[in-house]
Design a protein around this ligand. Structure first.
Ligand SMILES: NC(=O)c1ccc[n+]([C@@H]2O[C@H](COP(=O)([O-])OP(=O)(O)OC[C@H]3O[C@@H](n4cnc5c(N)ncnc54)[C@H](O)[C@@H]3O)[C@@H](O)[C@H]2O)c1
Length: 372
């Protein structure tokens, strides 16, 4: 492998670590058509940045992401910062002809998302939006089974994404609770993942109704100031799909005991599927065509060589986890860049997702259903 691709990452915390691990691990487990080179890590706190770079193997650090993006020796810009920065960073990276690997949610709103898509459409580069759950082997299998007709006509998608880190009213304020920085609460944070999976597995959404709740209206910052919380605390959406199926989505960060439960059930005329991220190596399948005396949900462990990505890891039954979805994304992204191919989800998928989430916000404000 002679070709090398130099990466600049912006953001050094949760996603900074998850992405760095992805860039480092991908070539150990997958056949890549180029070597990802961890070139520059960008952030604001240089002391912390230095520690981060030393730990993860980034060669340089910088607190000036703009000038790093402008460098001729940077091929890929990896955006792992809070959501309000995605727009400016994407526009700058597109202007300078970089391939872009961007965290979700794509943007603060649909208008921003559309201008980001327009910016990359006029550059001959690859763009990827990191709805990483598409790259769980169980999700790939669910998509395959639905496409093959194993579920028949799809009737229902019942999706919930529950966390509990805000159930404690004394939990501190953070950027995620300030709409100017995050674009919203669990509606956009968790709902963007749910809608992305719904688009992948079921199809386009034609109308939406949404109810949003606010439970705790102010919180203390780390320096003990009181700050207003202006994002939704829970979002419940009901949708119609263009293919006639109906769906519901419940997103919250107030579900005590539920840590990162991204779960859905799909029911069709021939059977059902159930996925739960906290048991991500499993996909539950019920077939109406099984002999009635033996019918029941069966658990498929998605670690066989026949399951996407699985043969790159361990022998069957030796399970994988959350971080592997980032390794899968990096491997697919690097090969898409080298082959100059489209990868999904991309910025067009991001616009499609933001269109649904914005329409849902409108519905929550007006109390009316909204056509999409
Ligand atoms: N795909 C997933 O599973 C997943 C999970 C969590 C978060 N996210 C998304 O990833 C993004 C980042 O979230 P996070 O949890 O890593 O946040 P975080 O608060 O843990 O980290 C944000 C990083 O951005 C840096 N940053 C902030 N402002 C900056 C600036 N002006 N210039 C340079 N660096 C700056 C911070 O220093 C920090 O290193 C968000 O869009 C979030 O929604 C995705």
């Amino acid at each position: 492998m002679n070709k090398k691709l130099n990466i600049a990452i912006i953001g050094q915390k949760f996603m900074g670590r998850a992405h760095s691990n992805g860039w480092k691990q991908a070539q150990n487990f997958f056949s890549l058509n180029a070597e990802p080179v961890l070139k520059v890590a960008c952030g604001r706190n240089e002391t912390e940045l230095k520690k981060f770079a030393d730990r993860w193997g980034w060669s340089e650090i910088s607190s000036d992401w703009k000038s790093v993006i402008e460098r001729d020796d940077i091929d890929i810009v990896d955006i792992a910062t809070p959501t309000h920065l995605h727009h400016e960073m994407v526009i700058h990276a597109a202007k300078h002809g970089k391939h872009i690997f961007c965290e979700k949610p794509f943007a603060l709103n649909l208008a921003e998302a559309e201008s980001m898509l327009e910016a990359v459409n006029s550059s001959n580069t690859v763009n990827y939006l990191n709805h990483n759950y598409r790259r769980c082997p169980a999700i790939v299998l669910a998509k395959k089974m639905i496409s093959e007709g194993k579920l028949g006509t799809i009737y229902h998608l019942r999706s919930t994404y529950q966390q509990d880190w805000l159930a404690d009213p004394n939990a501190p304020m953070g950027w995620q609770l300030d709409s100017k920085l995050s674009g919203g609460g669990p509606h956009i944070d968790l709902g963007s993942h749910c809608i992305d999976l719904a688009h992948l597995l079921i199809g386009e959404i034609s109308s939406i109704g949404c109810l949003q709740a606010h439970f705790v209206n102010e919180r203390k910052t780390n320096d003990n100031r009181t700050q207003k919380v202006d994002v939704d605390d829970a979002s419940i959406m009901s949708v119609e799909f263009t293919n006639g199926a109906v769906g519901s989505f419940e997103c919250t960060r107030y579900a005590s005991g539920r840590k990162n439960r991204n779960q859905f059930e799909i029911n069709g005329s021939e059977g059902s599927l159930v996925f739960d991220l906290e048991k991500m190596n499993e996909l539950d399948y019920f077939s109406n065509n099984d002999n009635s005396s033996e019918q029941g949900f069966r658990k498929i462990i998605v670690t066989d060589p026949s399951h996407q990505y699985a043969s790159n890891w361990w022998p069957p039954g030796h399970i994988i986890g959350y971080e592997h979805t980032f390794v899968h994304a990096v491997a697919d992204f690097i090969n898409a860049v080298v082959g100059n191919q489209t990868i999904h989800p991309n910025f067009q998928d991001g616009v499609n997702c933001m269109r649904v989430l914005d329409a849902a916000n409108l519905s929550a404000q007006s109390g009316q259903r909204v056509n999409i």
